[in-house]
Design a protein around this ligand. Structure first.
Ligand code: GLY
Length: 441
């Protein structure tokens, strides 16, 4: 019997939990969650609700349930040192230690690593610990991206042209960042199409999963504020409609070099997920950022089509034997749409901003997969919180068929909710292809 500890309570972790439970091994799932996810709870042997920064509580739960290994879903427990605490107890994890999670938590660590080890993918950038020199650097670039050092819950990265316009505004934001963070990284703004490449790593071998494109903007047509992600898609050929085949290979090659560099730099093998946010530009692939975990929603695109036993994958990551297993995915397209409270991601003064914590009804979602995120199951039904509520995933032989399945399922979730009906549809995909052609020209 294998006892698996899962840490996390989102739709990403619901998809991970489902993949674990599909394993051929005899196992029990124990889940440590910040809030009760009814999907995860329903397939767990035992759950514990606690804080991800409460290392004592995590350790006690792991000890009490005699877990063999842990899978860490979100970035917060990685940043609070959960993997290190488990390691001290002799419990290995799929997820990096706090130091190696700097790949995500410190933008300057990652930029410097690529520069030091001569790894391609960095845009023009500079790291500042004070305001000196920032104004001069801004004048060298056409547009900038300001990135605070440290976790900001996806809210800290600000792009010129989107979140602010003038250099004066950029300087004011840098000043604000430096008051709260040790340093600020300024990247040149890049033009192109983005993709997420979630790679598995045992410290030496890196394996790419199919590329996915996320949709960060809240509204149809990529309008409105940035969110954690409103939905995502992947294609049956394990490429994306605007990509060249070599793009995935380049993203993987960069990630492989980064894994090697991490070992040289720290003497420690990176075990877990290296999720590269890449952008295809006129001058090739550039790295926007790494995350030290699976993407949310992107995990929901890859887990339902994973053919290989995920517990075997986890064991290979832990034991350093990823080179010995063949990780396969079904040749299927997937479309994930997040159903969110109407007020999700909106400024406080927006008329819909308060429409959260309401009850929702889930109708017939057909063949779509359903993954719970921020919902609370009470006696009288399901209630949303302020965050993304439910992810629905359509899976089919083609993208547009998968989209129809996901769209129908999303429309079956009733209440004061919203989703993006355009994700995975032909007009939006065509727009991405035209944009990429224009950039490449
Ligand atoms: N899809 C964005 C993220 O997981 O950070």
């Amino acid at each position: 019997m294998i006892n698996v500890l899962l840490i996390g309570n989102g739709a990403r972790e619901h998809a991970i939990a489902e993949a674990v439970m599909k394993s051929k091994h005899r196992l029990r799932l124990f889940s440590f969650m910040k809030a009760n996810n009814p999907g995860i709870a329903s397939i767990s042997e035992k759950i514990f609700i606690g804080s991800y920064s409460d290392l004592k509580a995590v350790s006690a739960f792991a000890k009490g349930t005699s877990v063999d290994f842990a899978i860490v879903g979100p970035e917060d427990p990685l940043n609070s040192g959960v993997v290190d605490a488990l390691k001290e107890m002799g419990i290995p994890a799929v997820g990096p230690t706090k130091s190696l999670a700097r790949l995500e938590t410190s933008k300057s660590f990652t930029r410097n690593l690529l520069r030091k080890y001569d790894i391609p993918g960095n845009p023009k950038f500079k790291i500042f610990t004070g305001m000196k020199g920032i104004k001069e650097f801004l004048s060298e670039l056409d547009g900038i991206v300001v990135k605070p050092d440290g976790l900001t819950g996806g809210k800290g990265v600000m792009v010129q042209g989107d979140h602010f316009q003038t250099d004066e505004e950029a300087l004011a934001y840098c000043e604000q960042v430096l008051a709260e963070h040790q340093s600020v990284t300024i990247d040149e703004r890049l033009e192109g199409e983005e993709f997420s490449l979630q790679c598995l790593c045992d410290g030496k071998t890196v394996v790419a999963t199919p590329p996915v494109q996320d949709h960060k903007r809240r509204f149809v047509g990529d309008k409105g504020p940035n969110t954690g992600g409103m939905g995502s898609y992947s294609c049956e050929d394990h490429s994306l409609p605007f990509m060249d085949k070599k793009d995935v290979a380049e993203g993987l090659a960069i990630t492989q070099k980064v894994a090697e560099a991490i070992y040289k730099e720290t003497g420690e093998y990176y075990k877990g997920v290296m999720y590269g946010g890449f952008i295809i530009t006129r001058s090739g692939i550039k790295l926007l950022e790494y995350n030290a975990r699976f993407g949310d929603p992107e995990a929901m695109n890859i887990f339902p089509i994973l053919k290989t036993d995920f517990v075997d994958v986890c064991k290979a990551i832990i034991e350093g034997t990823l080179d010995r297993i063949n990780i396969e995915f079904e040749k299927k397209a997937t479309v994930c749409k997040y159903v969110v409270p109407l007020g999700y991601g909106l400024p406080k003064d927006h008329p819909h901003a308060q429409s959260t914590s309401a009850r929702i009804e889930v109708g017939d979602v057909g063949s779509a997969r359903l993954y719970y995120a921020s919902v609370d199951k009470r006696e009288d039904g399901l209630y949303m919180s302020t965050s993304r509520a439910i992810g629905v995933v359509g899976i089919a032989d083609s993208l547009y068929k998968a989209e129809q399945i996901a769209e129908k399922a999303a429309s079956q979730i009733k209440g004061p909710v919203d989703h993006r009906p355009d994700i995975g549809t032909e007009p939006l995909i065509e727009k991405r292809i035209r944009h990429m052609q224009q950039v490449r020209r």
